[in-house]
Design a protein around this ligand. Structure first.
Ligand SMILES: *[C@@H]1O[C@H](CO)[C@@H](O)[C@H](O)[C@H]1NC(C)=O
Ligand SMILES: *[C@@H]1O[C@H](CO)[C@@H](O)[C@H](O)[C@H]1NC(C)=O
Length: 445
């Protein structure tokens, strides 16, 4: 390959990566946008802010700033990944001043739901973030809206997961984060190795008979993978709530997402040829992309992407401390992203396809990757689906609901898109309040 061709391939690869990345991070809502973009809008005016250091622990900072107790826990998985968990511990142990004042007003049913009755411990809950994200998703909208905070207020002991490869879980006892083997995983490994390790750790630490679970996006994929592979974990979870859950994909009408999915095989080949195993959504890459893409024939796509992205960042900038791309997003493995692309292409919820007869046969004992068996998911599940979700379509969400055996609630949230479940305005009123209601209606004992 000549160096010119290689450069072309690299740039092309990066563009494709960014389409996939941004299709996840961008809140598309047709032409309804708070920020108008015209020909004079340049990438430089968009990403001006200096990003925070990649390793800084914003989760701890945000929880401390809100004056809640915070604990940090570290565990090692059976294959050596060192995962960091965040916890807002049992509010009974650490009643905060704010809670004390709020619990006085016990006649108000709203206040009662969230803060009262005083000193009621309702159980242990694990929150698992989505692809490209970390525990920060559950605190970034602040103490009034952030799911971790409002669950703590309501009497839950809140644990926040960070899976392998993410900002807070980039160590392994044997491998270095720079090694390609470190990144040789997908949500299959997260679901079958990280998640049971996290659940076992929490159960050991708390003696909880069972835990509550909330997953966003990949956080639910992980759970379905776990339960279809190790069904005994059904007994350890009391009730699971899925926000924009991903199992079935592939019927979205969003053009950018569809295009990214169509490119899956090409993208995988390109990234492997370039020896790229970690995909880190860095502002440099985003800047490069927008420069390249906006200058190319994909002008329309670029505009759509930027509009959606800007609409969200600018809109949030007053109330939301960090910048989503620079400060919150985290790396994923190439294989992890390609695996999601395969789910889109095949419309099947199945294991990773190596696109190679010999490797598939060696790994799975069959030429095609096995599907995950959702009939083994027996625990009670409540599903929240945003009607504007541009990744999981309503058709995908209904298919999942129909296949799960024990769906207690299926809620369609108006005006909500895929990542709105973590970054949208008024999240408490629109979503998180209902989560508390569902958990409270299904108490542990
Ligand atoms: C799925 O799991 C159920 C329950 O374990 C089992 O009865 C069924 O045969 C499985 N289906 C497939 C296709 O393996
Ligand atoms: C999406 O767009 C519609 C109009 O096209 C608007 O009514 C709605 O409020 C928008 N939703 C969000 C979350 O911005």
């Amino acid at each position: 390959m000549s160096s010119k061709l290689l450069t072309k391939a690299v740039v092309r690869g990066l563009i494709l990566v960014q389409f996939v990345l941004l299709s996840h991070t961008v809140a598309f809502n047709g032409t309804h946008n708070k920020v108008a973009i015209d020909a004079t809008t340049t990438p430089a005016t968009v990403w001006k802010r200096t990003p925070i250091e990649y390793d800084r622990d914003l989760v701890i900072e945000l929880i401390e700033a809100a004056d809640y107790p915070i604990e940090k826990h570290v565990l090692t998985t059976s294959d050596g990944y060192i995962l960091k968990l965040h916890r807002i511990p049992d509010p009974m142990q650490f009643p905060s001043a704010e809670q004390g004042t709020n619990t006085k007003d016990t006649d108000d049913p709203d206040e009662q739901l969230r803060f009262g009755p005083m000193k009621t411990f309702r159980g242990t809950v694990l929150l698992v973030p989505g692809l490209f994200s970390t525990a920060v998703d559950f605190v970034v909208t602040g103490p009034e809206n952030g799911l971790a905070f409002v669950l703590a207020d309501a009497g839950y002991d809140v644990w926040l997961a960070n899976v392998r490869g993410s900002r807070f879980s980039r160590k392994n006892v044997k491998m270095n984060v720079a090694d390609s083997e470190f990144w040789d995983f997908s949500f299959h490994e997260i679901g079958t190795i990280d998640l049971p390790a996290i659940i076992d750790y929490i159960v050991r630490e708390t003696n909880a008979p069972k835990i509550f679970y909330v997953g966003h996006n990949q956080g639910m994929t992980d759970l379905f993978v776990l339960l279809s592979s190790k069904p005994r974990y059904n007994r350890k979870i009391h009730h699971a709530i899925g926000l924009a859950s991903i199992a079935y994909l592939g019927t979205t009408e969003n053009r950018v997402v569809r295009r990214a999915a169509e490119m899956t095989d090409k993208l995988y080949g390109t990234l492997r040829a370039l020896n790229i195993h970690e995909l880190k959504p860095s502002p440099d890459i985003v800047r490069l992309l927008s420069g390249v893409v906006c200058a190319s024939d994909m002008n329309e796509l670029c505009g759509e992407m930027l509009r959606g992205f800007l609409g969200m960042t600018v809109d949030r900038s007053r109330t939301l401390l960090p910048n989503i791309v620079d400060d919150l997003l985290t790396s994923v493995s190439t294989r992890q992203l390609i695996h999601f692309g395969q789910l889109m292409q095949t419309k099947k919820f199945q294991q990773f396809d190596y696109r190679n007869y010999a490797i598939n046969t060696q790994k799975y004992g069959q030429a095609k990757p096995p599907e995950y068996n959702l009939t083994r998911v027996r625990l009670p599940v409540s599903l929240f689906h945003g009607v504007n979700d541009f990744i999981t379509s309503t058709k995908d969400a209904v298919r999942l609901k129909d296949e799960l055996k024990n769906v207690k609630n299926f809620l369609e949230i108006p005006d909500m898109n895929h990542i709105g479940f973590v970054y949208a305005d008024r999240l408490y009123a629109r979503v998180n309040r209902k989560i508390i209601e569902i958990f409270n209606e299904n108490p542990l004992a």
